[in-house]
Design a binder for this molecule. Sequence first.
Ligand code: AMP
Ligand code: GLY
Length: 415
Amino acid sequence: MRVLLVGGGGREHALALGLSRDPAVDALVAAPGNPGIAAVAELRDVTPTDADAVAALAVEVAADLVVIGPEAPLVAGVADAVRAKGIAVFGPSAEAARLEGSKAFAKDVMTAAGVPTARAYTCTDPESVGQALDEFGAPYVVKNDGLAAGKGVVVTDDRAVAAAHAAECGRVVIEEYLAGPEVSLFVVTDGEAALPLLPAQDFKRVGDGDTGPNTGGMGAYAPLPWAPPGLVDEVMRDVVHPTLAELRRRGTPFAGLLYVGLAITAAGPRVIEFNARFGDPETQVVLALLETPLAGLLHAAATGTLAAHPPLRWREGAAVTVVVAAEGYPAAPRTGDPITGADRPGVIHAGTRRDADGTLRSAGGRVLCGTATGPDLAAARDAAYDLVRGIELAGSHHRSDIASAAVEDRITIPA
Ligand code: AMP
Ligand code: GLY
């Protein structure tokens, strides 16, 4: 199988490693890729959101499967353009990707499907914003309606900050605050059949102890030793299948990766958000544990044959990833700094580039991730931090508490 992978962040490096381990893959091309991905794939240049360019490249490299990593190309209709060339593509249509591209659309689908989620209002003027904030009270949750790379959400006790974010965004979803630990559940689907991957936990805030602004994600671990037994089955039954059925009913079936972001509240799991692609950095840990060949799985989802796919196989143990971010991330990351210590196995490249002379430099906010597995969570955590300690990047920062609460059994579900 010849595979074209679109994107060039940490998630795509993790996907590239998974695809390259699949014996069915005889050629892997990544566009645009990054210096980490270059070790396992041939890199080609492309603008990921340019649908015609990606479709033309898929034809040129004779791809049997195109895997689209990030959300922006999906929302821009890149999967549709590739499918129109008769090439199998893992990633939803632009219509179905609205589940991520518009928070208001996602809420509408959830309401129609009876999916448990926070009560919410979509607001466009200061008056309705004020009413919604007062109805729900603090902590206030204000979400930009459109795509914001995981940074369009403000959760605050300060009503003025919440109102100011709403005014800046224009169209927002304001919703009730959901208290409880968060879970990222990834589901591979062909629109009808659906296979859940191992649940993971992400760390959204930039600082230790969940302090500071939201980021794209500062680290992750899987599986979740504290998760209630039956959680995944419950989410498949109450969230995933009703949502897939509602999208089929609307004539826009969702095929690809359905990312269910949940809060495990006193009343049970509640959806915080849907995404239309693998999460970053959770993919790094989930795929590190997947033994089932990845290309075969994604190809089955892309060709409507997932019902015939064998059950997934997982490695024993746990995986942890810790993001090394550039100085100034998330507000104003500094780029262009030289990096050393990034060539050990397990170091995933997210925002890096290589100079003509071979020097590796930072090229984004999240620069690298130290990703490791181990027989248990504590061992995986130690190994991931060992990788991070070996990385030198001036001004960089990382969280020191990724997976600590889970290792120390300090995560509780509100009673
Ligand atoms: P989102 O982009 O919707 O995932 O939101 C980013 C982060 O904001 C989530 O991972 C949560 O930590 C937080 N968040 C979003 N919605 C809520 C909510 N209704 N209640 C509590 N926290 C939330
Ligand atoms: N890690 C959160 C996301 O990928 O949206």
